[in-house]
Ligand binder design. Sequence first.
Ligand code: GLU
Length: 463
Amino acid sequence: MPDTPIVTRFAPSPTGYLHIGGARTALFNWLLARGKAAPEGSKFLLRIEDTDRARHDESAVEAILGGLRWLGLDWDGEPVSQHANQERHAEVARQLLAEGKAYRCWLQGEALDAARAEAREANTRFTSPYREGGEEDGPYSIRLKAPLEGETVIDDAVQGEVRFPNGALDDVVLLRSDGTPTYMLAVVVDDRDMGVTHIVRGDDHLTNAARQKHIYDAMGWDVPLFAHVPLIHGQDGKKLSKRHGALGVEAYAEEGFSPEGLFNALLKLGWSHGDDEVITRDQALEWFSLSGIGKAAARLDPDKMKSLNAAHLSALPDEEFVSRALPFLDEPPTDAQRDMLARAAPFLKPRCQLLTDIGPAAAFLLLSRPFEVTGKAAKPLKKEAAGDVLRGVRENLEGAEDWSAAALDLRLQAFAEAQGLSFGQVGPPVRAALTAGHPSPSLGETLHALGRDEALARLADRL
Ligand code: GLU
């Protein structure tokens, strides 16, 4: 018999951006459903928890979807709107009421606050007096008759067996007195209706899991498998906040992360596979399982994230690297510059931890002629023999048929030998004339990257 498909979901509240904590949750759910171990027919669903209508804004939803798309996390079907399901949520509350598993509670406002405070002070469970009956006029909420005694046990795929004494969990409100469903009810009903089998989310929802289990049990529904992932902390060990730097996926993209790099960095925030650090999307799909999620809070380490990004940038094909890097240049490059960048990609890639590093890495290519050579970089050009060397090299290179880096390096060496010069006398003025002292690869590679016309023109500018 084939295994039952896995159905996961990502259920963000539309806050206006995809928080990296949320992105990690989405990633884990996506991998669980899309990974190699997932049975045929598994799905990754999206649900927008948009019940806060006063603050609702479609662009906030779009920002989240955009972040997911950028990371390459595709979802099945249309995103579900939690708000659109309100009537269905209310129906479940009414069903529980009709079955005697829920009750009407007229304790509202200040009277409710006072009763709750009293229970807190007495260190007892707050239980509404209406649980045992009674009726009043006026607005009421609907509360679940949660178990009074015993324990609620969540068998969590990350946290293990977590036990909640029922005396510490009060009767959850299902429907507010204004008739709107509560978050707790909405989540359970939506997960059930969406056929969700695995709930992977932040461990700030662990207590909610116990309350939600009460609702599942009351309805006689199977409880999905929970996996509560420890929250991400900053380097100081405190809960992630703006102080710790970028929080939205978009900000990471603007900072010069590649989707591959951020995907890897998010994956490593709480999940591991042996000592593997640099992990590709395909490897993640092959290796991911809930058992790789650690119990300890992951720490956001910007340097590590950047070094992972660097590894993924280096692995990109040259052309691909260049087209990703182009938007990060201060000015749009000319076609000739674009070609130069492509030829220099093997030099540029390892110098970019972030795509924003492209400017300084490619500075030697992007100089616009004629340029000045100043400071320390100008020193080799001031030597007496520099003019002759540059003239000789230029003439020699004019005759070069093979403009490959290796051939050019050999040519320069042969030139030095024929002139009775050391390479230390030839190399520095040529490099200064070509690069104005900006970091550059070997002379052969520099000439190759610049291309014949630009290289010869830069040499001529010094004569
Ligand atoms: N909307 C909740 C949040 O953004 C997620 C709820 C859930 O995953 O059950 O934290």
